[in-house]
Design a protein around this ligand. Sequence first.
Ligand SMILES: [Zn+2]
Length: 413
Amino acid sequence: MLLTNARVIDGTGRAPLERASVRVADGRIVEAGDGGFDGAGVEGAVDLGGRTLMPGLIDAHAHLSSDISRSPGFGPPPALHGELPRPRELGYFVLAKTACVLLAAGITTVRDVGSYDDEAIALREAVRLGIVEGPRILSCGRIISATAPGGAIFTTMYREADGADDMRKAVREQLRRGADYVKLMATGARSVLAEDPEPAQMTREELGAIVDEAHRLGVRVAAHVEGLAGARLAVLQGVDTIEHGLSLHREPALLDAMAERGIVLVPTLSTFHDLAERFTDDFAPALVEQAKRQLEEAYATLAAARDAGVTLAMGHDSGPPGDNAIELARMVDGGLTPLEGVRAATFGSATALGLSSELGTVVPGSLADFVVVDGDPLADVRMLCDPERIWMVVQGGKVVADRSPRVGEPAPA
Ligand SMILES: [Zn+2]
């Protein structure tokens, strides 16, 4: 596959290459416009007419099954009184729909950070085995939490554990289920009325045991973090990613430590918009008020983290599937340049997943996961949220979505 006359944003944060060519062989990018490479005139080359070619977007914080509850109209409507209850197996069809929609939106990789009943693992396998098309999926299995009120709400999304040995066992269990990495709750959750998200929810010994066990076994650790005590614990015990992390702006030294150690921040701004603005009728009023404060803090932390040089990743943590790039746009609203926003949603997210040598960039050697968009996301990042503008999605060198009948015509001026 040879694509020519493209504006290439390579995901590394470098300025775009103009009128560049990208060549793909055996599922990988072999040449990407650098060094005077120009495929113009080669037989079979596709002229992109100056449109933008960029790495496939990577959502580093998704809940593939439960995000549907934040996607009115995406799944089946709730059963009316008198109707038979909806079979829970319908959920698997909704998951398959989610996978297709994500891919068409240019999301070529997703890190699932918690689903019920190992549903993300089931979907990952369905995609991997070619039963449905969908993004590459990484799953944490079940989220490791101390025994906590959230366990009563999140049921099979959690594995509650207490004490260092039980934490180690919980890590091992997730690997046995087929998890790709481990996720833990360093603090309570803002969506649970009976949890205060401020204090650490695990002891240092417990959190340290999870990190030690996971790292010894060769997998990464993501930490759900809201309050500062949990942030401190997670950073100092050496987790690999901080999810949410909204309190970090209060202690800049922690952001410096994250930058130094390569700990990635996934700010998930959209989830705070959900609780503070979008679904205010669905949550207890005290949680809505708390979310309004947290929304401000999340933006303050985004700016402080950027200034401290922390690697940022895009995590939508919301719905509907396919709207994920709104998180990128919000990061730009929060002070990132569009180029930094794109970098976060590609290379930054790949770094969060521990896959930056394979994914998240359009450079020779990377897996050929990329999107062609009709327009310039650096002039208007919100165009990435418009499915009509996502012209072509390529995953592992294979075209998996294509609505570009006019490829070859020059882009509108
Ligand atoms: Zn989440």
